[in-house]
Design a protein around this ligand. Structure first.
Ligand code: NAD
Length: 282
């Protein structure tokens, strides 16, 4: 892919949560297209590993940078470091995000069978867990955008890509905080796209369907047997293409949204989901 067919060779892309499963896959795909990467993660060792692998594998510049997407000061320090090492920032991918068991109900429904003990329902959720998930996904998109988009606006060039989720269109059972937070990411994507439109800075999002990663493994695979849980089966049955996605499946849409191929596209959320969002189940 190094023939620069996307016109992104040498561009600098920041990926928050870049040390994670999806961040790593995207970083590799973008490096293959010739981009320079700043892998930003709260876990410096994750970020460094990804950066080292990329530099070795693709020969592009890649650096690991430690920052917390919920701490503006640490993001500003990261920005300074990226400038010193890689130069101006062209693209920002807001990838840090995720769910938590503390904001997940045990039961899908309240029924006559479980109404005597509501601890596994909405009423048993921890407000603190709810807040953490909401903050990580929403504030964790807002703050890096405030820090890294500032220079894009001044240079009148740049693209922001938010990572939303399937649950942003229709909430999934058990995960109200994550669903509401990703929904707010879609709304913010649209708002910001309008706000930035006259300054040639585009803002879009991708909504991945179901990918087996660390944050959802506990919901989709049985811990002991490694077989699909009932929920895992439901997801596969609800995905017309009949399988989980591979993180690499997100690369093409990401390249499209970052590059000039989509230069008149702003304020959209593209599902990459094997048809899940289109399927009513019947
Ligand atoms: P992951 O847990 O593998 O990676 C998340 C990364 O973010 C980790 O490396 C973690 O260290 C980092 N991180 C966590 N908190 C941070 C903070 N405060 N500051 C900086 N970095 C922080 O998750 P993933 O599956 O790769 O998910 C990446 C994105 O894709 C998330 O926004 C997630 O919500 C979204 N997503 C995932 C799926 C899926 O099926 N895995 C589906 C839809 C959307």
């Amino acid at each position: 892919m190094n023939n620069d067919q996307f016109g992104v060779k040498g561009k600098v892309c920041v990926i928050t949560g870049g040390g994670g499963v999806i961040g790593t896959a995207l970083a590799k795909g973008l490096a293959a297209a010739g981009m320079q990467l700043a892998i930003v993660d709260i876990q410096k060792s994750f970020a460094d590993t990804v950066a080292e692998t990329i530099a070795k594998e693709f020969g592009t510049q890649a650096i690991g940078v430690e920052a917390n997407v919920l701490d503006k000061n640490s993001l500003q320090l990261a920005q300074k470091e990226i400038h010193e090492k890689l130069g101006n920032i062209d693209f920002l991918i807001n990838g840090a995000g995720g769910n938590s068991p503390k904001a997940t109900t045990k039961n899908e429904w309240i029924t006559d069978a479980n109404v005597s003990d509501l601890s596994g329902s909405f009423f048993g959720l921890e407000v603190d867990g709810f807040k953490k998930v909401f903050d990580l996904n929403f504030l964790g998109t807002l703050l890096p955008t405030m820090v890294f988009a500032d220079e894009m606006i001044k240079r009148k060039a740049g693209v922001i890509l938010n990572i939303s989720s399937m649950n942003s269109f229709h909430p999934l059972t058990k995960i109200p905080a994550y669903s509401a937070a990703k929904s707010s990411v879609n709304n913010f994507t649209e708002w910001l796209a309008v706000h930035f439109a006259k300054m040639n800075v585009r803002v879009n999002a991708i909504a991945p369907g179901f990918f087996l990663t660390n944050q959802n493994r506990f919901l989709l695979l049985d811990e002991k047997t490694n077989e699909l849980t009932e929920r895992g089966h439901k997801i596969i049955n609800g995905t017309p293409m009949g399988k989980f996605g591979e993180p690499e499946d997100l690369i093409g849409t990401t390249l499209y949204l970052l590059s000039d191929l989509s230069k008149f596209v702003t304020g959209i959320v593209i599902p990459v989901d094997g048809g899940f969002n289109a399927y009513s189940g019947v």
